[in-house]
Write a protein that binds this ligand. Sequence first.
Ligand SMILES: Cc1ncc(COP(=O)(O)O)c(C=O)c1O
Length: 387
Amino acid sequence: MNYNFDEIIDRHNTNALKTDALLERYGDKNLLPMWVADMDFATPKPIVDALKLRLEHRIFGYTQTPESFFAAIVNWLKIRQNFDVKREWISYIPGIVKGIGLAINVFSEVGDKIIIQTPVYHLFKHLVEKNERIMVENPLKLVDNQYEMDFSNLEKIIDEKCKILILSNPQNPSGKVWEKQTLQKLAEICQKHKILVISDEIHADLTLFGNRFHPFAAVSDVAKNNSITFQSPSKTFNIAGIVSSFSVVPNEKLREKFYNFLIANELNEPTIFSIIAAETAYNFCGDYLTQLTDYLEDNINFVESFLQKEFPKIKMMKPQASFLVWLDCRELGLNHAELVDFFVKKAKLALNDGEMFGSGGEGFMRMNIAVPRKILEQALNNLLFTN
Ligand SMILES: Cc1ncc(COP(=O)(O)O)c(C=O)c1O
């Protein structure tokens, strides 16, 4: 099947966060929305068709989770990520943010410390602080316009109150695909200090430009035995609103503790639609992913060459995965409020400002380029009218 990612689909008045929360969040409903991390492309047709078919049945009562749901996940992880996972390691979870929150509650106490490596997905901070844990930042190092983990600082900040490290793999906001050796080293340090690693791998399948994703639990036995992994087809196939995420916990003790909690509270039970969407995505939508990846790479190259030619003061960190582009705007010489104003008031663009991702995000902006090319062109052209 051929997918048309150039098609412009109006999302206004569907309660889409990206369009319909603009006025509330940015004070202007007429901005080009390039913030929330979902895509403005149609969900693959096989998923839409499978959901339609089920809707036609007209009864949506209690539904069991078929073994085919787990089989689709096991198969996808093996084929796409070379990740060998046993069926019993997997559970449905009601969203990745919720899953991380649940794991925080099961594996740490109020007042414990949790490490995040900033700049990083802003809800990590929210999850730690709103659950009354103490957030400890281990800022990433910027080396040759790419992020690296700062292991010597990590060793310095760790104390016996640190119980969990939340990893973004691949990394949001920069799109960095962590190298195997980096993850192995992280695993060693965390194991040595009895720190559980929660690996958020929601962007795993969207690797770009020939980069290879490494699931944290697959890099070593140490990593495998001291981690909880969260993945989902939600970003890859644009089905975040359907919620079909899952966890992978290879270690039996950790698994028993976490899954007993999920089962006790029926948090392991998917909805009818999550099952259908996930199974169809993983079984029948590989061709969509191939075409999507090409389109995203072209969009990223387009942004890169546009900025180099027309707006060299803004520098792009080329993502190795996903559809988020991390823009270094420090050469504009603007403070935080001025930078936000520049994008919202002058360029009429709704981006995520870098400060929300924690230390190291100052002076950066995150732009979601999963939009039809025409919209991307319009967004970049808006920058030209800011002078
Ligand atoms: C790194 C990361 N984790 C989690 C999420 C959200 O996941 P969910 O909608 O399953 O809670 C996002 C969405 O942008 C994300 O980028």
